[in-house]
Write a protein that binds this ligand. Structure first.
Ligand code: AMP
Ligand code: TRP
Length: 332
């Protein structure tokens, strides 16, 4: 059976983009794969973080993932810093990857912005650690949102160079799984920007913890244009905000743009937004309440993560030990 690995950062509350672009697919893949899902706290410290809240945010996110349907018994849910294999292999990959490869990463350029001289060196080498996350388990399929595609390509470049330099075929090829009509959910305020935990405006995203009233208000205020909805997907071109709302609706209804427009084409945004808000509330409200219930017993969530880390380490430790042998380290 092919092994699945994916990760999500514990920086702020997960949002509808994380859910539709990633987590919902993670849940579905559990049916016929062995899956590892990781709260990537090592990645979270590549940007300024609050050391007083990181642990709680890690636990909150784990609870949210379980509430979304991740099954920590049949599969493995853990936090990255608890399994040392990630850092061991991450260092090796930092020495395999080339400056030129990392210089091309658009996420680094976006996140560093004009402050390039002042960002953490970890932000630059971040994709090396991501490659290690996946390959420490010999995982071959990685469900992510569209924004992570470039990082997966880099991971494949790293594993090819490792195999070449150390005369082996030890690391397998990785395939990104970018699924569904909402693989890139855009900001509700700007159809050119992706929905993000780090956007300064909370109005730009729907959080998995938002209550019904907040969700309805955010959708009502979402940016749109003056035209009614088209009846065919071609009519969404050059209308990024309309396209985004239709994509969200399609993903939540398990249909595509065509299906949504067949039902709602010709309607104005007032009516469509009412339907969309009702649908989002229907799908997200049970997740929010289950997350709250789980967090009523933080010790239980921690026990789940501890167990997950032990099972993850049992897979990764021998793989990374073999990678270290291939590199040539002495084990006296
Ligand atoms: P992050 O929040 O950056 O840790 O992302 C966790 C997962 O959610 C990754 O698979 C991302 O590709 C996905 N993701 C993040 N933002 C979006 C978005 N706006 N639309 C779709 N997927 C997203
Ligand atoms: N870089 C991913 C993001 O920001 C998170 C991540 C870290 C990840 N390690 C991973 C995703 C390994 C998939 C596989 O969304």
């Amino acid at each position: 059976m092919q092994r699945i690995f994916s990760g999500i950062q514990p920086t702020g509350v997960p949002h509808l983009g994380n859910y539709l672009g990633a987590v919902r697919n993670w849940v579905a893949l559990q049916k016929n794969h062995d899956c590892l899902y990781c709260v990537v706290d090592l990645h979270a410290i590549t940007a300024a973080h609050d050391h007083r809240t990181l642990a709680a945010q890690t636990r909150d996110l784990a609870a949210s993932l379980i509430a979304c349907g991740i099954d920590p018994e049949k599969h493995i849910l853990f936090n990255q810093s608890a399994v040392h294999a990630h850092v061991r292999l991450g260092w090796i990959f930092t020495c395999v990857a080339r400056m030129g490869w990392l210089n091309r990463m658009t996420q680094f350029k976006d996140k560093a912005g004009k402050d390039r001289e002042n960002v953490s060196t970890g932000l630059f080498t971040y994709p090396n650690l991501m490659a290690a996350d996946i390959l420490a388990y010999h995982a071959t399929r990685v469900p992510v949102g569209d924004d992570q595609k470039q990082h997966i390509e880099l991971a494949n470049d790293i594993r090819a160079k490792f195999n070449h330099d150390f005369e082996t075929d030890f690391f397998p090829e990785i395939e990104p799984l970018i699924l569904g009509p909402a693989a890139r959910v855009m900001s509700l305020r700007d159809g050119a920007k992706k929905m993000s935990k780090s956007d300064a405006s909370d109005q730009s995203r729907i959080n998995l913890t938002d209550d019904a009233e907040t969700i309805a208000l955010k959708i009502k205020r979402a940016k749109t244009d003056a035209e009614p909805l088209p009846s065919e997907p071609a009519g969404l071109e050059a209308r990024p905000e309309a396209r985004n709302l239709v994509g969200i609706y399609a993903a939540l209804q398990d249909t595509d743009h065509t299906g949504v427009l067949r039902e709602h084409g010709g309607k104005g945004f007032g009516a469509f937004k009412d339907s969309l808000a009702a649908l989002v509330v229907e799908k997200l409200a049970p997740i929010a309440s289950e997350t709250r219930r789980l967090l009523g017993d933080p010790g239980h969530v921690d026990a789940i993560l501890r167990d997950g880390a032990a099972r993850a380490a049992a897979i990764a430790d021998p793989i990374v030990t073999e990678a270290e042998r291939l590199v040539g380290f002495l084990r006296p």
